[in-house]
Ligand binder design. Structure first.
Ligand code: ME8
Length: 562
C-alpha cells in the first residue's frame, strides 16, 4: 500500500512491571491501538510504541520481598504483559524495555549531553519521596503529609545527588503552553500545569544513591539515574536516538544496539504521547525541558486521559491482587479474566464507547455486560445474523448488485443516488456514505466514544431498514422478488461498510463479518467505506453469532460466587 499520508508516531506510557496489569492500564493501550490502526487504514506510516519501565526503588523492593533478583522479577511480569497485548491484538510496532542495552546506553548518553550543556550539577537532596509514584516532593507540596498525586505515605530522603536545572525552563515552558495550546490537552490539564509552573519550579533531583536498581550515572560510580529521566527517554531511544559515540555499543558488550537513525528522522517528533492524567506533569514539564536542553524538537502533543474508577476510587494493582473483584461490587478488573469470559472485542468496545476522553469514569462489569448485550449482541450481531440468514434463505447466499439503484456501478456520493431509489434506500445509503467523515472528525479529536456512536447510528439505521422493508413479506410473493434482492443487497453493502469502519476498534469482529459476507481477506482500505455498491456479488453464509447474549443477572451472581 502506498504511504502517501506520511508518518504518524503514537506512544503509550511504559508500564511499571511491579505487578500484573489491571483493566485500567489496558484503557490507554486500547485507545492507542485503535488510533494506530485507524491511521494505518488511512494510509499513514504508523509507529506505535509501548513498553515497560523496569527500574526504580519500588521494583527493587518488591523483588527483594519476593526473594528474586529485580531482573528475574521483571522478566516474569513483562512476559505476562506481552502475552496480554498479544491476546488483546495490540498492534504495537516496537516494545521497549528500559533494561535493554539499546535503551540504557542511550539514557547515559542523554545524561552526558545534558551535563555537557551545563544543565546538570551535583548537590545534596533533602526532601520527601513517594516510592510508588517514584516522585520527589517538597514540604509545601505534600498534601496532609502524603503524596499529593496518590495520597500514600512518603519517606524522608537525604542523599548526594545530581540535579537538573528544571527551574531555568519555567519561562520557556509557559511560553510553550501559551503559544501552542494544542501541545497539552485537555485544557483543564493545561491550566493545572501552568499553575504548577507559576508556583515556582524547583530543580529536579535526577539521581539516587540509596539503592542500585537503575541505569548507572555515567560520570560517577554509586549513583543511578532517576527513574523518570530513564523512562521518559524511551520515546526517543526506541527510535535509535541519540547516536552513540564510536564504539560505545561494543565497549559495553551490548548485543541489542542497532544504529538506526532513519527511525528518528522519520518519526520524531511524536504526534502524540497518550498518558494518564497523573503523569501529565512528567510529560508536559520534565520531558519538554529535557528535550529543550538536548536541543531536540518537542513532541507535537501530550494528551492526558482520565481514570477508570472502582467504587469511586482509582482502580489499582492492589485491587487486582485481592482477587480482581470486590464481593459487593460484583466486578472483575483482571483483563485476562474479562477476555476469557466475554471476548476481546467486548472489552475493547466497552472501553472505547463508555468513557469520555479526559474524564474519569466508573468501571463496572454490569455496565460492560449491558453494552455487550445492547450494542454488540442486539444491534451489530443481530444485523449480521438477520442479513446472512435471509440471504441464505431467499437466495442461497448469492446477492447481486441491482442495476435499478446502481446503473453506473458504485456510488461515491449521496447526490449520485438515482431518483428511482426508494426513500428508505436513499436514507440508508446517504447515511452510510457520510459515516466515514464523521468518524474521521471524531478521531481527530480523540473522541473514540463519538466515533463508535456514529458507526452505531448506521448499524441501527440498517436494522430499522429491515423493519421498514419487511423482506419476509416481500418473499411471500414472486412480484416482490426484485425488490427483495435490492433490499438484501443494500443491507449487505451496509454491513460491508460497517466492517471497514469498525476495523480499527474491533479487529476480530470486522474479520468475522467479512467472512460471513464472503469478502476476501485482502488488505482493507478506508476509502472503501466511502463508496456504496462496491461489491458486484455477495456470496454470504450465516456463521456463528458474533456476540452471544449474556444473562446479566446470572452472570453477576456467578461473579459473586468466584
Ligand atoms: O506511571 N485508569 O507507570 P504505571 C486509567 N512507568 N488509567 C490507569 C489506571 C486506571 N485506573 N491505572 C493506571 C507509570 N493507569 C510510569 C510511566 S511513561 C514514560 C512512564 C495508567 O504502570 C496511568 O494513568 O504506574 C498511567 O498513564 C499508566 O497506566 C501507567 O501507569
Amino acid at each position: 500500500m502506498t504511504k502517501e499520508k506520511g508518518a504518524y508516531y503514537i506512544t503509550t506510557p511504559i508500564y511499571y512491571p511491579s505487578a500484573n496489569l489491571h483493566v485500567g492500564h489496558t484503557y490507554c493501550t486500547v485507545m492507542a491501538d485503535a488510533m494506530a490502526r485507524f491511521k494505518r487504514l488511512q494510509g499513514y506510516d504508523v509507529m506505535f510504541l509501548t513498553g515497560t519501565d523496569e527500574h526504580g526503588q519500588k521494583i527493587q523492593q518488591i523483588a527483594e520481598a519476593a526473594g528474586v533478583t529485580p531482573q528475574e522479577y521483571v522478566d516474569r511480569v513483562v512476559a505476562g504483559i506481552r502475552e496480554l497485548w498479544a491476546v488483546m491484538e495490540i498492534s504495537y510496532d516496537d516494545f521497549i524495555r528500559t533494561t535493554e542495552d539499546r535503551h540504557k546506553l542511550r539514557v547515559q548518553e542523554i545524561f552526558r549531553k545534558i551535563y555537557e550543556a551545563g544543565d546538570i550539577y551535583r548537590g545534596v537532596y533533602e526532601g520527601w519521596y513517594c516510592t510508588p509514584c517514584e516522585s520527589f516532593w517538597t514540604d509545601t507540596q505534600l498534601r496532609k503529609n502524603k503524596c499529593p498525586d496518590c495520597g500514600r505515605d512518603v519517606v524522608r530522603a537525604k542523599e548526594d545527588a545530581y540535579f537538573f536545572k528544571l527551574s531555568a525552563y519555567a519561562d520557556r515552558l509557559l511560553a510553550l503552553f501559551d503559544e501552542h495550546p494544542q501541545f497539552l490537552e485537555p485544557e483543564t490539564r493545561r491550566n493545572e500545569m501552568t499553575q504548577f509552573i507559576r508556583q515556582g519550579l524547583e530543580d529536579l533531583c535526577i539521581s539516587r544513591s540509596s539503592f542500585n536498581w537503575g541505569i548507572e550515572v555515567p560520570i560517577e560510580d554509586g549513583q543511578v539515574i532517576y527513574v523518570w529521566l530513564d523512562a521518559l527517554s524511551n520515546y526517543i531511544t526506541a527510535l535509535g536516538w541519540p547516536e552513540l559515540g564510536a564504539g560505545a555499543a561494543g565497549a559495553a558488550g551490548a548485543t541489542d544496539v542497532k544504529e538506526n537513525h532513519d527511525k528518528y528522522d522519520r518519526y520524531w517528533p511524536a504526534d502524540v504521547h497518550l498518558v494518564g492524567k497523573e503523569i501529565v506533569r512528567f510529560h508536559s514539564i520534565i520531558w519538554p525541558a529535557m528535550l529543550m536542553s538536548l536541543g531536540y524538537p518537542l513532541p507535537k502533543k501530550v494528551l492526558g486521559h482520565g481514570w477508570l474508577l472502582l467504587d469511586g476510587g482509582k482502580l489499582s494493582k492492589s485491587k487486582l491482587a485481592e482477587g480482581g473483584q470486590g464481593a459487593k461490587s460484583r466486578n472483575i478488573v483482571d483483563p485476562v479474566e474479562l477476555i476469557e469470559r466475554y471476548g476481546v472485542d467486548a472489552l475493547k468496545y466497552f472501553l472505547l464507547r463508555e468513557y469520555t476522553f479526559g474524564q474519569d469514569g466508573q468501571f463496572t462489569t454490569e455496565a460492560m455486560l449491558k453494552r455487550v448485550n445492547g450494542d454488540l449482541a442486539n444491534d451489530l450481531g443481530n444485523l449480521l445474523s438477520r442479513a446472512t440468514g435471509m440471504n441464505d434463505k431467499y437466495f442461497g447466499g448469492a446477492i447481486g448488485r441491482p442495476d435499478a439503484i446502481f446503473p453506473d456501478g458504485p456510488l461515491a456520493s449521496a447526490g449520485a443516488i438515482p431518483d428511482a431509489a426508494a426513500i428508505e434506500d436513499r436514507e440508508l445509503i446517504s447515511l452510510a456514505l457520510g459515516t466515514a467523515t464523521k468518524v474521521e472528525d471524531h478521531m481527530d479529536r480523540f473522541e473514540f466514544n463519538h466515533a463508535l456512536e456514529s458507526i452505531w447510528e448506521l448499524v441501527s439505521r440498517s436494522n430499522k431498514y429491515i423493519d421498514e422493508t419487511e423482506p419476509w413479506v416481500l418473499a411471500k410473493d414472486e412480484d416482490g422478488r426484485e425488490r427483495l434482492g435490492q433490499v438484501l443487497y443494500t443491507i449487505s453493502e451496509s454491513l460491508r461498510v460497517v466492517s471497514i469502519l469498525i476495523q480499527p476498534f474491533l479487529v476480530s469482529s470486522s474479520t468475522k463479518i467479512r467472512e460471513q459476507l464472503g469478502l476476501g481477506g485482502e488488505t482493507l482500505r478506508w476509502e472503501d467505506s466511502q463508496i456504496f455498491g462496491a461489491e458486484k456479488t455477495f456470496r454470504t453464509s450465516k456463521g456463528e453469532s458474533l456476540f452471544p447474549r449474556i444473562d446479566i443477572e446470572k452472570e453477576l451472581a456467578a461473579i459473586d460466587e468466584m
